[in-house]
Write a protein that binds this ligand. Structure first.
Ligand code: FES
Length: 237
């Protein structure tokens, strides 16, 4: 195994050649915040939360996709890095449906944790916001595009791991969204309802449908004859 010598925050490290700065930092227990990164599933450098400063480089670099090289001197907590991460997060939050009190992922949300970690108290940037309809037609998955942070973890999971490919990134710039082809609902595409997209979503943009009340009231009214349990939620057949 060939190795290279690098320095992260003054700590001298000998690491395997070819790994990323993020991996090297994690091996040395140096924390770098991430949002879109999901090891072996989504390593695309989309969110820029993991920016670091590299001595001699012209710009900050996304550590989750930047490979280590001999002699790199990396700073993970310099003022420029902290400011860039904070502004990036504020921009993501400026177009996020912030109904945290009623969100199913509250207190288990990576965006919320990052906001706390980066000490974000107000959203400085207000402006246009995405206002797309809720996709609530699938029997087991609810998709809320207004909470989506465009990390594309669900897209990678659906396409590369589950090999189903029913969701993808569409449009560009401010209109970017994760949706099904031709803006269909999950109900209208060959979604297998495996629920893996929910398990990788860092926020509440994808969640299990809670039909419990509907099922119980139908049972009480004797409208249901068979109830079939399917992952990840209850499906009525
Ligand atoms: Fe590196 Fe998103 S975690 S760019």
């Amino acid at each position: 195994m060939s190795t290279v010598n690098i320095t992260i925050d003054g700590k001298k490290l000998q690491v395997e050649q070819g790994i990323t700065i993020l991996e090297a930092a994690r091996q040395a227990s140096i924390k770098i915040p991430t949002l879109c990164f999901l090891k072996d599933i989504n390593e695309i450098g989309a969110c820029r939360m993991c920016l670091v400063e590299i001595k001699g480089a012209r710009a900050l670099q996304a550590s989750c996709v930047y490979p280590v090289a001999e002699g790199l001197e990396i700073y993970t907590q310099s003022p420029a890095v902290r400011e860039a991460r904070k502004v990036t997060l504020e921009l993501i939050l400026s177009n996020h449906d912030k109904k945290c009190l009623t969100c199913v992922r509250s207190k288990n949300c990576e965006l919320q944790s990052l906001a706390e970690e980066l000490n974000i108290k107000d959203i400085r940037f207000e402006g246009a916001s995405t206002n797309l309809p809720l996709d609530d037609f699938s029997p087991s998955i609810v998709r809320d595009p207004n909470k989506c942070v465009l990390c594309r973890r669900c897209v990678s999971m659906c396409k590369n791991i589950q090999t189903v490919s029913v969701i993808s990134a569409t449009e560009r710039g401010f209109k970017s969204a994760i949706s099904c082809a031709f803006d269909r609902s999950l109900e209208e595409v060959p979604c297998t309802m495996c629920g893996q997209c929910i398990s990788v979503c860092p926020v509440g943009a994808l969640r299990e449908k809670d039909d419990t009340e509907k099922v119980w009231s139908a049972l009480a009214n004797q409208e249901l004859h068979v109830v079939v349990q399917t992952a990840p939620a209850v499906r009525v057949a």
